[in-house]
Design a protein around this ligand. Sequence first.
Ligand code: N2P
Length: 357
Amino acid sequence: MKKIAILLTAVLVIVLVLMVISSKLTGSVTKAGAKTLTIYNWGDYIDPSLIAKFQKKYGYRVVYQTFDSNEAMLTKIQQGGTSFDVIVPSDYMISKMRGEHLLLPINQKQVPNLKYIDSRFLNLSFDPKNHYSVPYFWGTVGIVYNPKMLGGSKITSWNDLWDKKYRNQILLVDSAREIVGMGLDSLHYSVNDTNEKHLNQALQKLKQLTPNIKAIVGDENKLLLPRKEAAIGVLWSGDAVEIMDENPELTYVIPKEGSNVWFDNMAIPKGAANKKGAEQFINFMLDPKNAAKNAEYVGYATPDKAALRYLPKEIKNDKRFYPDKSLTDRLEVYDNFSKAVNARFNELFLEFKMSNQ
Ligand code: N2P
C-alpha cells in the first residue's frame, strides 16, 4: 500500500513538472490557465475599455505593449525574444515585413467582420488581397496650430512654418520619415524622393527651421499643445483631434504643397503564440460598435464603414480628419524603401536633430 502511495505521488510530481515545463515552452498559458494574447501597438492607439471587454468576452489575458514608430516596432520584431500576436504596422511597413517573411497569413474566415471595411481601404498595393493585414485606422500628416496665439495668422502650407514670426513655437513629431518628408514637400519634391541632391537640399532647408523649433517630441505633444506651451505642431491627424478636444482654440490643416496619407493595419507576426486569439481580436476590433468606440476615443479616422453610423456627425463629417478620396488621391503613400535608403533618412533626421541641440 505504502509503495503504491509513493508511486502515485511520484507520478503526480512528474505530471506537475511536465505541465509547468510545457506552459513555459508555449509561453501562452498563464498560471491561472488563461491563454494570453500579446498586442504590440502604437502609443495612445486604443480605447482601454475595449481591451477589458475583449478579455472578458474571450477569456484571454491581454498583454499590451506600445511603440512610437514603425522602425522601432520592426527592430523589436527582428530581434525576436518576445512573441507578439497582433502588431499594427503602417502601409509601407506591411510591404517590408511581407518581403522579409515576418508576417503570417490571416485566415479571413476567422475575420468575417472584414465585410464592414470600406472598399476604399481594401486591396491596397501594400497587400493586394489583404492576406496579411486588416485596416485599423488611417490619416494624414499635417499641422495643428492655435491661431489665437499667432495673432490670428493662418497656416496653409509647410513653407509658412519657416516664417520668422514663429520663433520657438513649433513642436515636431519625432519620426524620420515624417520630418524628412516635410523637408522634401516644402521644396515641392515627393516624400518618396531619394535623389541625394534633393535629400541634401531638404536637410539644409530643415536646418533653417531650427530657430522656430521648440522641441521634437512623441505623444507629449498632446499635453504641450493644449496647454499652449507651443502654438504649432507637426503631427498625425488623430493626435490633432485629441489636442483640439482638449483645447478647441486649435485647428488642423493638411498643407497645400502635399503630404503623406497613411493606413495602419492589424497584422500577425511570425512566431505568434496565439494566432487564433489574434484573429478573434482583429475581428472584435472590426465590430462596428467597437470600431466606433475606438475611433471616438483615439481620434483617428476609422476605415470601418459600418462604424460611421455610431459616430457623432461632428466627427465623421469633419473633412480635416475624414478627407474625401479626391483629396487623399493628391497625397502620397510612403514607398517601401530599401535598407540603405531607410538608413539614409535616419541619418538625415539625426543630423537635423543634432543641429537643434
Ligand atoms: C498613434 C499615432 C499613430 C499614427 N499615437 C501613425 N501611424
